[in-house]
Each structure stands twice: as structure tokens, then as C-alpha cells.
Design a protein around this ligand. Structure first.
Ligand code: IPM
Ligand code: MG
Length: 360
């Protein structure tokens, strides 16, 4: 079958890592008899440079008309890049928020798995990690403080900024359902993370998640405050299975979750909505400091492509095949710089893509 994929290389290391993911997809296509047709879409800083805006209507329409979207990363160096002299709604990240919202992708899945081969790269002590951990952060992606009203004003000579964090019960319920569905497949439990001791949105969150849990009785639900969760992640990561949380808490906790797996360069993500169309991107950013040096780790993007096959195209076997290829490359000791450890073999971005493609 033919699949239309909108490919957004984006900024920084984006083009390099996306190239490797497409290389792997092409080999999968050959092996299993599929055709992946790519249309390149501009987003982020490159789009600003060419069109003046981080995401044009046309680019969004191209993404909407495809079967799924593969994204590298967007953004530059906040201190140095001219993009950050623009008003906030015209900066690279605004393109990412606009495409998430425009495609209705309210559910962000960020798996955090400690690959046994990378145990040495994990910054936690052995006794905390035991035989590893495997959980997924289910982050609400199109609501909360990211999309609430904001303003900066000057009152009586004093500069004042406000961001608001709105959530309605429908937004909470639909993401909660996703979390319970994910937990059902994993035969696990849900930890819902909020700040209900302070925030109204969190108190509503807690109530609605509890109500939703009743439709899924049998799946245990635990509430946890976000500050405690940040601590528990480094104290006892094995306790988690599905972490359900709102947009900003999910942003922060998923970076923490990725780092305890050894490298942010390993973690994939999927952003999903009501239809099969999803957006797949690594959990990490555009890393402008290492862009163009062939040292970035493409594995998170390659694993994101695997998630695309699984969630958007229902190609389970093909997805498994990519994951198995990544595992065997790691087993054989091939490493990019971010996950390098003694006795392993250091390779670059392109070579890592080649290694994985070869094993498909
Ligand atoms: C992420 C990123 C984005 C976010 C930024 C680039 C807007 O940090 O995907 O986690 O905060 O959602
Ligand atoms: Mg983030």
C-alpha cells in the first residue's frame, strides 16, 4: 500500500535525523511491500526565513492531506538567533503549537524505556534502576497554559505579564480516556499528575480523571502532585506505568523522564487525535549547537517512525522490525556520542542510520 507522509525536517539537527528515519522507512517499505511517499513541509525557523511565518496555511493543509507527519525539530539558539527577536507568535515554536492545534493532536505519548544496553548511560544509581523501567507519559497537548490567553502590559510604569491555564472537562476526559486505553494494553496502572493543592484546573482534572476511571474499573488510578512526581521519577522510576498529565507538567516531566533513560536522544513521541493522522517526532529539540556535525543521535526519530507505523498505519510487524533493528545495533555496541560508553564503538548520525537500515 501507499502511504503519504508529510516530512518536516525543521531546524538544527532536524534535517539530519529525519533523513536517517526516512532511510530506515524506505528499507522497511522494500522489505514489506509498502510505498512511503514523502512531501516536504516547511515549519519553524526555515519557514520563517522563506515565508515570514513559522507555519503557512498551505503547509498546514499539506499536513492535513497526508496520512501522517514525521517531524525532526524546530527552533534555534534563543540567545543568538534572529528568530527570537520576532514577536512570540512568529517564532519557530509557534509553528509547532499551530500544527498540533491545527491537526487536533491533543494526545502526546512519550515512552520512557531504559534500554538494558544503555544502563551505563543512565545517571541513576544501579540500585534505583534494578532491571530497568518502562513507562509512558501521556501528555495533554492542545490545552492549558500553552493555549490560554496571555498578555504583557505596563501598568504605572511596571511591566506585568499574565498567562492563563484554562481546561474544560471535555479536554480532560478525552486525554484521560487515552491514558486508560494505553494502560489497558500495557496491563498497567495510571498515575495522574496535577497540582491539586494549589490550582483549580488541577482540582477539576482530578475529579474528571476519577470519573473517567469508573468506566475503566479494574485499572488502578493513583493521583500524584507534580512536585512529588518530579522527585519520584529520580527516586523510584520503576513504580510508574502510565503517567497522565496536563500540557506543561507533561513537557517538564517528559524531559526528566527521558534523561533518566540515559539520553534524550533515544526517546520517540507520537501526537494523536481523533483520527489516524498523527505527528511523530523525537522528544528532544533541535540542538543547534551540534547541528550539521553528523553527531546527533537519530534513534529517537527512527523510533518515532516506528510509532507512526504502529499507530497511524497499523503496521505492527513493521514497527517491531524497526525496534528490533535498533536493539541489535545497540547490542553490537554501536553508539552515537550522547550514549557512548567504554568499550563501545562511536559512530555518527548517518552511520547509525545505515547500521539500523542494514538490520531491517
Ligand atoms: C516539546 C517542546 C515544545 C513544547 C516546545 C518546543 C514548544 O519542548 O515538544 O516538548 O513545549 O511542547
Ligand atoms: Mg519539551
Amino acid at each position: 500500500m501507499d502511504y503519504k507522509i508529510a516530512v518536516i525536517p525543521g531546524d538544527g539537527i532536524g534535517p539530519e535525523i529525519v533523513r536517517e528515519a526516512c532511510k530506515v522507512l524506505d528499507v522497511v517499505g522494500k522489505k514489506f511491500g509498502h510505498k512511503f511517499c514523502y512531501t516536504e513541509v516547511l515549519m519553524g525557523g526555515v519557514s520563517i526565513d522563506k515565508t515570514g511565518v513559522p507555519l503557512t496555511d498551505e503547509a498546514l493543509e499539506t499536513a492535513k492531506a497526508s496520512d501522517s507527519v514525521l517531524l525532526g525539530a524546530v527552533g534555534g539558539d534563543v540567545g543568538k538567533s534572529n528568530w527570537y527577536k520576532l514577536p512570540p507568535n512568529l517564532r519557530p515554536e509557534a509553528g509547532l503549537l499551530a500544527i498540533r492545534k491545527g491537526l487536533g493532536l491533543f494526545c502526546n505519548l512519550r515512552p520512557a524505556v531504559l534500554f538494558p544496553q544503555l544502563k551505563k548511560a543512565c545517571p541513576l544509581k544501579d540500585e534505583l534502576v534494578g532491571d530497568g523501567f518502562d513507562f509512558v507519559v501521556v501528555r495533554e497537548l492542545t490545552g492549558g497554559v500553552y493555549f490560554g490567553k496571555r498578555e504583557t502590559v505596563t501598568e504605572n510604569g511596571v511591566r506585568k505579564a499574565t498567562d492563563t491555564m484554562p481546561y474544560d472537562e471535555n479536554e480532560i476526559r478525552r486525554i484521560a480516556k487515552w491514558a486508560f486505553e494505553v494502560a489497558k494494553k500495557r496491563k498497567g496502572h495510571v498515575t495522574s499528575v496535577d497540582k491539586a493543592n494549589v490550582l483549580d484546573t488541577s482540582r477539576l482534572w482530578r475529579q474528571v480523571v476519577k470519573e473517567t476511571a469508573q468506566e475503566y474499573n479494574g485499572i488502578p488510578l493513583q493521583d500524584m502532585l507534580v512536585d512529588n512526581c518530579a522527585m519520584q521519577l529520580v527516586k523510584d522510576p520503576k513504580q510508574f506505568d502510565v503517567i497522565l498529565t496536563e500540557n506543561m507538567f507533561g513537557d517538564i516531566l517528559s524531559d526528566e523522564a527521558s534523561m533518566i533513560t540515559g539520553s534524550i536522544g533515544m526517546l520517540a513521541s507520537a501526537s494523536l487525535g481523533e483520527t489516524k493522522l498523527g505527528l511523530y517526532e523525537p522528544s528532544h529539540g533541535s540542538a543547534p549547537d551540534i547541528a550539521g556535525k553528523n553527531i546527533a543521535n537519530p534513534i529517537a526519530t527512527i523510533l518515532s517512525a516506528a510509532m507512526m507505523l504502529r499507530y497511524s498505519f497499523d503496521l505492527e510487524e513493521e514497527a517491531d522490525c524497526i525496534e528490533a533493528a535498533v536493539n541489535s545495533v545497540l547490542d553490537e555496541g554501536w553508539r552515537t556520542a550522547d550514549i557512548m560508553s567504554e568499550g563501545c564503538k562511536l559512530i555518527g548520525t548517518k552511520e547509525m542510520g545505515d547500521q539500523i537500515a542494514e538490520r531491517i
